[in-house]
Write a protein that binds this ligand. Structure first.
Ligand code: ZN
Length: 239
């Protein structure tokens, strides 16, 4: 009898724990938001993200800023805009491990999560769903929508269907000064993830993307032919 009573008390305790957890989870479930800021390089995405983060802080919300540990162009543990304004942040290889690394208690107290250079995170969609839908966070995502070949970059476009708002920023075309929508790579390197600044990339309008891309492709071909000829002449010299 005593054992049964003890067991039923234990069961009751477990039940109320579970119910308590479910209620505390449901308190924030569905109350989050996802905002996407995208555009070519030099369009002010990081600046816009920082501006939104600072306005969240000014109304007393608790924030954390994340960026990919792949991008170490500027300071390793801060988000720095092209004009040099910085903000402390976490440099991570992936997003899903952030709650554990940050500490679950601290994570639960967070209201807003800013993600810079979001194209480098393979688990962006999964994380945004968890953070906004389940954990009630406001997630502000900033990243490139397209790569230097104007193909979808990483998972930035994947989060559009779950976003509350999407902002596409533009830069200024480096050739003519008109609005720039695309990022042109100035070198012949063909890796999708080639991290660089103004030395490697420039923002361009549609017209100058097309004309310069044709020139870049032609010069790459010339270089390849020259390389091949050089390699063949080396072989000939060895023979
Ligand atoms: Zn132009």
């Amino acid at each position: 009898m005593a054992a049964t009573l003890k067991a039923s008390i234990l069961l009751k305790t477990l039940d109320s724990d579970i119910v308590g957890d479910v209620f505390s989870d449901q308190g924030r479930r569905g109350s989050g938001a996802v905002h996407v800021i995208m555009g070519p390089m030099f369009s002010g995405k990081s600046t816009s993200l920082l501006r939104r983060i600072k306005s969240e802080i000014s109304v007393g919300r608790s924030v954390a800023m994340l960026k990919s540990s792949k991008d170490t162009r500027y300071a390793k543990d801060s988000v720095v805009t092209h004009d040099g304004i910085g903000f402390p942040c976490w440099a991570l290889p992936d997003l899903m491990s952030f709650p554990d690394k940050f500490g679950l208690d601290a994570y639960n107290k967070l209201d807003v999560i800013g993600i810079d250079e979001a194209q480098f995170f393979g688990d962006l969609y999964e994380f945004c769903c968890k953070a906004a839908d389940d954990d009630g966070k406001t997630v502000i995502v900033a990243g490139l929508d397209g790569d230097y070949l104007r193909r979808s970059f990483g998972a930035v476009l994947d989060v559009i269907p779950i976003a509350d708002s999407v902002t596409k920023l533009t830069a200024r075309c480096e050739v003519c000064g008109q609005k720039a929508f695309f990022t042109l790579r100035k070198t012949c390197d063909t890796r999708t993830e080639l991290i660089g600044g103004a030395d490697v990339y420039m923002p361009v309008c549609r017209k100058h993307y097309i004309t310069n891309h044709i020139v870049m492709k032609a010069s790459k071909k010339v270089l390849e032919v020259a390389d091949k000829a050089r390699a063949e002449s080396c072989v000939a010299a060895i023979i």
